[in-house]
Design a protein around this ligand. Structure first.
Ligand SMILES: C[S@@+](CC[C@H](N)C(=O)[O-])C[C@H]1O[C@@H](n2cnc3c(N)ncnc32)[C@H](O)[C@@H]1O
Length: 152
């Protein structure tokens, strides 16, 4: 975070344009919801974090709250393995602070439902064609998706 903010200063960018802040997006009293600069975003991007969150709908609602009208939220995360592609929610039973993975991934159906319930009026879901290496998983080669939700 220090390096990010130092880089921003070296690039002569105003803190409003590029600034790292540490906080819990699930904490409605946290910095993301108190700071005047943390609202009216055109775009909120969350990369490889949604599968760590036990309540992904609450997280998407929190991200949507940061947007201005017409704003978009982009989620990058793992697709589900073929065996889990039936659209049922798959939560890892061993979720804990030592193993903070709540979901194996999300398919298109699940993301469309999450975006809709979070207040989005349109959504999209694209799978990256190249697999990514993810050594700790039983299948070390997995696909990422890029999903987009848009509010009115
Ligand atoms: C696997 S890392 C991904 C890091 C980076 N975004 C990337 O794509 O390489 C998961 C990230 O999710 C963040 N995260 C999980 N729950 C969060 C929450 N409630 N609020 C904010 N960040 C959260 C963690 O702090 C961690 O940095």
């Amino acid at each position: 975070m220090k390096l990010y903010n130092e880089t921003s200063a070296q690039l002569n960018l105003e803190p409003q344009r590029m600034r790292a802040v540490q906080g819990d997006l699930m904490d409605s009293n946290g910095p993301a919801f108190q700071d005047e600069d943390f609202r009216d975003f055109d775009l909120a991007v969350m990369s490889m974090a949604l599968h760590h969150v036990p309540d992904p709908l609450a997280m998407l609602r929190a991200l949507v709250r940061l947007l201005k009208p017409g704003g978009r939220v982009v989620i990058i995360d793992w697709t589900l393995d073929t065996a889990q592609d039936d659209g049922t929610d798959v939560v890892t039973p061993q979720y804990s602070t030592q193993y903070p993975v709540a979901y194996h991934g999300f398919n298109q159906q699940q993301m469309a439902k999450l975006f809709k319930e979070a207040g989005c009026v349109a959504s999209d879901y694209q799978v990256h064609p190249e697999p990514s290496h993810c050594p700790p998983m039983s299948n070390p080669w997995r696909h990422l998706f890029f999903a987009k939700g848009e509010i009115a």
